[in-house]
Design a protein around this ligand. Structure first.
Ligand code: P5A
Length: 441
């Protein structure tokens, strides 16, 4: 992509409404734009990040055996009346009426809707287990939307729903999602602490939140620092191996972790040396709630003994728009964002310091073409701007690698590569640079 053909309206000053770094950086780098309280547009650069994150999340959900569907954002109230949640859900739910005066709502979550799909098609234990997921916008009319997309009213969630014959099967489905979550967070450079949690309005007796430690988080957590040295399950992990998957969950729930409002005795065993007390951002939440929805909604299957049973269910949420904020919050410096490679909007930023100069243009175009041909996404800054402003923009938007093409270097046939993370530059010939960058990707 060439900057002159792109839409990247970066802001010079930090917007007044932003209270935390990630919100300010996301606005300044033109990732998002607020349209109303807690409601955001995703501008081209932000859309690229969100798309990359969705792709990665899909890979991990599919690997764990979940199957993607897409449910509507607008749901009929009738389903929520069946489950009994229509009245109890409260003011967070955006309730609307259609032209026939039918009660509808903008989905804050989809347990009822997915239960309706499954009860319509799944008849037999032979069709189980089943785990259906979607990536879809949700609306919750939060009393105090805050920190940009971090606590928004409209937000993107990956929500998965599992259906099993019995509680042992449901536990295995839960464990698979747990392990898939560990892999997603690790792939975007985050350590997420699984914390046993209250299940709130979703319900059930087992629940874990995944929390990223951060000063701006809304939860207070205490955990063992061991979490920061633990190994992430590899991509080759066999998700059909129930024992292996359960052992990984055991390993990851063994070190101490709790939210501060719980008063566990185990805390006493945790020596001060290993204890981390910090704030954290909730980026995912797993629930296991058995027959809470299938029973009232008469969602049943025929078991091995020919009798009817309600499905044993769980649901598994991941806040994808919030995760983008959490990544920016945990990976930035004074100059701007530092994207992990996995979700960077472009892999490489090329700065042509002197557009119009024959040699600079030739080097910049050749570099851009060769990298694009090698499948590397580049943003070429071909604007006629001051060098300082171009450097500042590139640092602000935080692409992992910068290639700097300046009139003095090109006379010697050279190009500079700078790593955004450590700010270290190295000078190469054009060919050596292409080899180097393509080898790194
Ligand atoms: C699980 C999947 C559920 O809704 N039903 C479907 C279950 N869980 S949850 O914990 O309520 O939400 C899942 C994740 O969504 C993110 N999230 C938000 N992100 C941005 N703004 C919000 N207002 C918001 N509310 C929830 C969180 O990451 C949460 O873990």
């Amino acid at each position: 992509m060439r900057f002159l053909n792109y839409f990247l309206p970066v802001l010079k000053a930090s917007p007044k409404e932003a209270e935390i770094s990630s919100h300010s950086l996301m606005l300044r780098a033109a990732l998002i734009r607020q349209q109303s309280s807690g409601i955001y547009s995703w501008l081209p650069l932000g859309k690229r990040v969100l798309d990359k994150l969705c792709k990665l999340v899909r890979e991990e959900q599919n690997r764990a055996g979940a199957i993607e569907i897409l449910m509507p954002t607008i749901q009929p109230a009738s389903l929520w009346r069946e489950s009994g949640r229509y009245d109890s859900y409260g003011k967070e739910m955006l309730r609307i009426q259609d032209r026939q005066n039918r009660d509808m709502l903008y989905g804050p979550t989809n347990e009822e809707l997915v239960t309706d799909i499954v009860r319509s098609y799944v008849r037999s234990h032979k069709d189980l287990p089943l785990n259906l997921y979607q990536i879809q916008w949700k609306f919750r009319d939060e009393i105090r939307p805050r920190f940009g997309i971090m606590r928004a009213r409209e937000f993107l969630m990956k929500d998965a729903y599992s259906f099993d014959c019995d509680s042992a099967g449901a536990r295995a489905s839960y464990n698979r999602m747990f392990v898939a979550y560990l892999r997603v967070f690790a792939r975007i450079g985050l350590v997420a602490i699984p914390i046993s949690a209250d299940s709130g309005p979703i319900g059930g007796d087992m629940s874990h939140e995944f929390i990223i430690l951060s000063q701006v988080g809304e939860s207070s957590v205490v955990c063992d620092q061991k979490y920061f040295d633990m190994r992430i399950p590899s991509a080759e992990i066999d998700f059909s191996d129930k024992k292996k998957i359960a052992s990984i969950v055991c390993e990851w729930t063994d070190p101490y972790a709790a939210t501060e409002d719980m008063h566990p005795e185990a805390l006493a065993d945790l020596s001060a040396r290993n204890r981390i007390s910090a704030r954290g951002i909730e980026v995912g939440h797993l629930f296991s709630f058995g027959t809470k929805y299938s029973n009232p909604m008469c969602a049943r299957f025929i078991g091995i003994d020919g009798k009817n049973y309600p499905f044993f269910m769980g649901s598994y949420g991941m806040g994808l728009s919030r995760l983008v904020g959490a990544v920016v919050e945990s990976s930035h410096d004074k100059k701007g964002i530092i994207w992990p490679k996995a979700i960077a909007p472009f892999d490489v930023g090329i700065i042509n310091l002197k557009p119009g100069d024959v040699l600079c243009d030739r080097f910049a175009d050749s570099c851009y073409q060769q990298l694009e041909n090698a499948g590397i996404d580049c943003l070429l800054d071909d604007r006629n701007e001051q060098s300082g402003s171009k450097f500042a923009t590139m640092d602000l938007i935080g692409l992992p690698l910068q290639i700097i093409i300046g009139p003095r270097n090109v006379l010697k046939g050279e190009i500079e590569i700078k790593d955004r993370k450590n700010n270290q530059g190295e000078v190469f010939s054009l060919d050596a640079m292409i080899n180097r960058v393509t080898a790194k990707q």
